[in-house]
Design a protein around this ligand. Structure first.
Ligand SMILES: [Zn+2]
Length: 291
């Protein structure tokens, strides 16, 4: 079973580094104040500024990055200062808050844009010798003019895994979750680890179980702030649930008939759980029918 996540994208985005030399058509502008995106709010469906020059909004960008084009329409990321006021009928909103209200394709480009702006802002100086970094014109990288150190945009890979035991799946509650919400297990990959080793370690550490049949499910960029979620399914192979209380509040086995509150549709966690539900709801309906 494999899904391309985000799977709701319809249009084709082509990533790029070098902006077009001449441009007479308006472009999409992904403007961030800290991690909040500038959105148009004229209607219930949010939109983005589509202009030839960002300056038409009366805002001064601190930096500008070319992102590529969405079916021919160029896309730029910019950052504005904390003092910038949104123009009329626009506001700055967190990415999680705009999901579902902004076109899905634009949302996932915004997820790229926020990470590039953040990387640029936090990698101005060489981590080894402290001098100001140069931005490479032809690749997304910064280079130290003194010692040659290269910095690429930061990505933190994290595994996320669904554990299946017959008709049941394991769900757990982290202390950070909203009240009543449960999800599948997730954790960052450590240096030197394969993804499969990370899956086994996270499950052992967080709930004390062993698993087998670890299979790739799909992946999803997760710009909060710069993760790449790599999803897996697995099958229970032994052990009793024993939670790591510093990470997990409670964990248990659930069937499709008695699920708790689940994560939002934006997340690969939910796509993993929905795939499990789709696989097992037929059996559940059948057994309900039979009483
Ligand atoms: Zn250096």
């Amino acid at each position: 079973m494999r899904e391309t996540v985000p799977m709701d994208s319809q249009k084709e985005f082509t990533s790029g580094i070098t902006p077009p030399a001449e441009r007479t058509e308006p472009a999409w502008w992904f403007a961030f104040q800290q991690d909040k995106l500038l959105v148009r709010t004229e209607s219930s469906q949010l939109s983005l500024p589509c202009l030839i020059h960002f300056g038409e909004l009366g805002l001064i960008p601190l930096c500008q990055h070319y992102l590529g084009h969405l079916e021919g329409r160029h896309c730029f990321a910019v950052e504005v200062g904390e003092e910038a006021k949104p123009p009329a009928e626009m506001t700055f909103e967190g990415l999680r808050q705009v999901h579902g209200r902004l076109d899905e394709d634009l949302f996932w480009i915004a997820a790229r844009a926020v990470q590039i702006v953040e990387w640029d802002k936090t990698h101005q100086f060489c981590g080894r010798c402290g001098v100001r970094m140069n931005t490479r014109p032809t690749e997304r990288a910064k280079e130290c003019p003194r010692c040659g150190l290269l910095h690429f945009p930061r990505l933190a890979p994290a595994i996320i895994v669904l554990i299946e035991r017959g008709k049941q799946l394991l769900l757990a509650r982290s202390k950070r979750f909203a009240t009543g919400m449960y999800s599948v297990l997730a954790g960052f990959v450590e240096p030197g680890e394969s993804l499969e080793e990370a899956v086994e370690r996270e499950i052992r550490e967080e709930v004390g179980l062993n698993v087998k049949e670890i299979r790739y499910f799909g992946s999803q960029p997760w710009p909060f702030p710069h993760s790449l979620m790599i999803g897996f399914t697995s099958t229970y192979a032994g052990g009793e649930i024993s939670i790591d209380a510093s990470e997990i509040e409670t964990a248990g086995w659930f069937t499709v008939d008695n699920l708790p509150a689940l994560p939002g549709k934006i997340s690969i966690a939910r796509k993993l759980i929905d795939a499990f539900i789709a696989k097992h709801s037929h059996e559940a309906a059948f057994s309900r029918h039979r009483g």
